[in-house]
Design a protein. Structure first.
Ligand SMILES: [Cu+2]
Length: 388
């Protein structure tokens, strides 16, 4: 009861701010998100003091996932070095089963391709992707000696020009920049319902730590004009990484209004409304922040199946996980609930997702676990992290 009262008050205050923030500057928008995050931490702290938990993981010893923009040059380089390490290690898959998986990095891409139809628009969407990011972070640490944690791309910054963001500015402390300019007729998103105009890229990335990387898998379901899909799902198709950074998509959907709606506004009321709004209402031509992030990257990242070929996928999905984490902290009585079914947008109609449903990661360092073990980032086994 106590929590309900506390958050009701907090939410009202934030909604008042959001009304005034319609024309706010990006810096101010970030302050509002920071405010939400501080509330999340306060709620978790309050919970910790009342619960006298038995977990070995708590707010004070949890790993901290940071905003790329606040990481030092050394921290960012340690991360990109570890990613390049995974890109250069051999795959653990049998080449007869997954011929296109050449690197250890590709093993993660293959796993996403393999399960695409049962992890999007489903009740396990959030928990599956949380475990996916965690298993990747674990591989960076265990197989590539990375000592930091998974960074995130803060959506609410540089919406008017993503190519100037520290994540995408193309410098040696970025996740590489835009693709080279290639004239094309834009991308189709939102399950065929939403057209997005082309940006200033469309071709291969040309700068930053990943300019020489090779993409091996996909496209399976290409979204950008001019792309052709591979003849078979796991075929080997070596090529460059393509991007088409989209200020249009960022400005239209990665907005403070949309974020407040899902964290403290009407769409925040249940896990069902939260996850549905986050994933979009495509027939209403509303992309949602999850798909929007993919299409701000554009190019290969718009492929529903093979999107993890873009190394920024993990920073995008860490931000998505952070927003879920904030929502959970602000809605503690509902934090560990699930909604939805086991088929994409319930097509074909299927049973409801349950807390006991297993999440598996194939050739990663992550054993199969029930959803119930993946809902609490402070659960300790296996998760023990927060966002700052
Ligand atoms: Cu996905």
């Amino acid at each position: 009861m106590h929590f309900h009262v506390m958050f009701a008050l907090a939410s009202t205050a934030l909604l008042a701010i959001s009304a005034a923030a319609a024309a706010a500057s990006p810096a101010y928008q970030q302050d509002v998100v920071k405010g939400l995050q501080e509330q999340a931490i306060a709620a978790l702290r309050e919970k910790a003091t009342t619960e006298k938990g038995s977990s070995s993981c708590n707010l004070f010893n949890a790993h901290i996932r940071k905003d790329w923009a606040v990481m030092t040059a050394m921290e960012r380089k340690a991360y990109t070095k570890a990613v390049n390490c995974l890109l250069n290690k051999p795959s653990k898959y049998d080449p007869n089963v997954v011929p296109g998986a050449k690197s250890r990095y590709d093993d993660f891409v293959a796993q996403h391709i393999n399960q695409t139809m049962s992890i999007h628009g489903t009740g396990n969407f959030l928990s599956w992707h949380r475990y996916f990011v965690w298993s990747y972070e674990t591989a960076l640490k265990e197989e590539c000696h990375y000592e930091g944690y998974q960074p995130y791309w803060n959506w609410l910054s540089y919406q008017d020009n993503p190519s100037e963001s520290p994540v995408f500015d193309g410098s040696d402390t970025s996740m590489s920049g835009d693709g080279a300019f290639v004239a094309h007729n834009g991308s189709v998103s939102g399950a065929g319902n939403i057209f997005l105009p082309s940006g200033k890229g469309g071709g291969c990335i040309t700068s930053g730590p990943f300019k020489n990387m090779t993409v091996n898998l996909g496209p399976v379901s290409p979204a950008m004009d001019g792309e052709t899909k591979v003849p078979s799902t796991f075929a080997w198709n070596p090529r460059c990484l393509k991007r088409d950074l989209s200020a249009y998509t960022a400005g239209k959907w990665l907005t403070l209004t949309n974020l407040l709606n899902i964290t403290t506004g009407p769409a925040a009321s249940t896990i069902e409304t939260f996850q549905d709004e986050l994933q979009g209402r495509f027939t209403d031509k509303f992309l949602g922040m999850h798909a929007a992030g993919h299409f701000v990257l554009g190019g290969d990242a718009g492929d529903l199946y093979a999107s993890p070929v873009d190394i920024a996928f993990w920073l995008h999905h860490a931000m998505l996980d952070r927003i879920w984490w904030i929502w959970q902290a602000l809605h503690l009585p509902q934090a560990f609930t699930v909604a939805g079914t086991i088929t994409i947008l319930n097509r074909p109609p299927s049973r409801n997702t349950t807390l006991e449903d297993p999440i598996y990661m194939g050739q990663s360092n992550a054993p199969e676990r029930p959803i119930s073990q993946l809902l609490n980032t402070l659960g300790g086994e296996p998760l023990c992290y927060i966002y700052l």
